[in-house]
Each structure stands twice: as C-alpha cells, then as structure tokens.
Design a protein around this ligand. Sequence first.
Ligand code: GRG
Length: 286
Amino acid sequence: MDLASEKQVIEQTLQSYLRPDSEWSKRIWDAMAYSLMAGGKRIRPLMVALAYQACGGQDIRVIRPYQAAIEMVHTYSLIHDDLPAMDNDDYRRGRLTNHKAFDEATAILAGDGLLNLGLEIAIANAVDERSRRAALVLAQNAGPSGMVAGQMADLIYETKTADEAALCYIEQKKTGCLFLAALLMGAALAGADDRQTDALRKAAAAFGRAFQIQDDILDVEGDAKLLGKSVGKDAKDEKVTFVTVYGLDEAKQKVHALFCEVADALSVFEDHQLSDWLLSMVGRQF
Ligand code: GRG
C-alpha cells in the first residue's frame, strides 16, 4: 500500500463528510472542520488500513467510513483535552486550539459534533457482522471504560502523585485504547482469526505505551515547530510523567524495548508493512 496516497484518500473521505445542512449550522461545521482538517498525521486511520491489509482484507472501500469515524473521535478528544478545564493548551496541529480560534462553548460543541458524527458514520455503515463489530469496538474503546476513563484518571492525578502503575493505567486507557480500536477495526472488517486479533492486541498495547513514553520524552526534548504543539508543559505543570518516573535514559530504553515487542507481536503476519511502519516511528518527532 502506498501510504502517501492512502493518506490523501483519508483526507478526501474526511472532507466528504463535512456537510453543513443549513446556514444556521455553519458555525459548528466550521469549528469541526477547523480541527479535523488541520493536518493531523492520520495515524489511526492508517492503522485501520494496514491492519486490514495484514489480515487479508480484499475490498479497501469497506474501511473508508471507519477510518473517518476513528479520526473524528480522535479529533474530538484533542479538542476537549485542550480546553481550559482539561489540559489548557493554546496550540494543536500547528495552529491555535479550537477554543482559542473560536470560543470555549463552540469548542465543546465541535468536540461533541465530531464524536457524534464519527459514531453515526460507524453505525450507518454497520451492515454486517464485521462492520457491526468495528462500530462497537470504536464506541467501547472511546467510552467510559476506555479513553474517557483514562482522561478522568489523568485529571484525578493532577492533584495526586502518580506512580508507575497509575501512569500505565492512564496511558493504556487515554492513549492506548484508540490505537487498539484502530487495529481491531481493521481486523474485524477483514474477518481476522483469533491468532491475528491477539497479535494485534499485543502490538497495540506495546505501541501505545511506547508512543506515550515518547510523547513524554518529546515534551522535554522535542521541537515545538515540528510537533505543532507546545513543549515543556509537563515540567511547567509539575506533572509526573514516564520521564520523571524512569529518567530520560531509561525512558528511551523502554521505548526501544517496546518497539521490539511490537515487531515480535506482528511477526505472525506475512505482510510486514504494518510492522515496518509502526517501527519507523521510533524517535520520530510526532
Ligand atoms: C477528552 C475524553 C478525552 C480524552 C482526551 C487525546 C487525549 C485524550 C489526550 C491528549 C494528551 C496526549 C498528548 C496524549 C498522547 C497521545 C496522543 C493522543 C497524542 C496525539 O495524537 P497524534 O500524535 O496527533 O496522533 P495528530 O494531531 O497527529 O492526530
């Protein structure tokens, strides 16, 4: 699969769903489009595609709505995470955060709009057992037993000192659940067997942890321009992160070891593109 053209198709698919139904609703659609079309890396929709391919999926058209759905749910989570009541950030995806460009109430509604539209697309396309499973996997992993639980725990630990176990729980839920959903949606849509699905579960767990540790490392060492968001925020907020728990060197070693786990888990697949692409992210400035 050519990833550059795959990404272009993802952009076109996302754009195709942004249809204001009247002049009255123009502002909410503008606010949703502002964040959705701001040039995210589209990691999760690409994961759906590569997992689908690895599991032998034959008709790439069936994944399109699910790629759009997960990117919308992810973008909603970023908009809400950036709000003053949560992480209070000014920049995201290289531009002002949604509440800075619009206002807080509009940003809340833009997040709500993207979450609902994403799930609407997933449900509207759930026409068989495979697609129903894909829709359910997305809703479950984004919800109060998944990403929302992780965000809640993250907020609770703003006023308590997190230990390694708490950090791992927060990461698994807040960051890991959507990566897991992406790989499992690709698997479900392709009709993957249990062995393939288990391998993807293991890969998602290791990749999510590596991604979060790297995110914490980049908050210390990253370049704000390349990242498209503020750096040095964790230290400013005196936040306990994987870097403060492990130290920078050990954190880097952990990222390396986790990427080896990703490769190991994915070795059951004949198709290596998912594994190669995930591994290409080691050390990358996200
Ligand atoms: C508000 C329910 C709710 C959840 C928020 C997204 C999130 C959960 C928190 C963001 C905090 C954070 C930086 C987590 C690290 C992992 C992460 C989600 C990074 C951003 O994802 P990328 O790098 O971003 O895929 P782009 O912009 O490229 O899509």
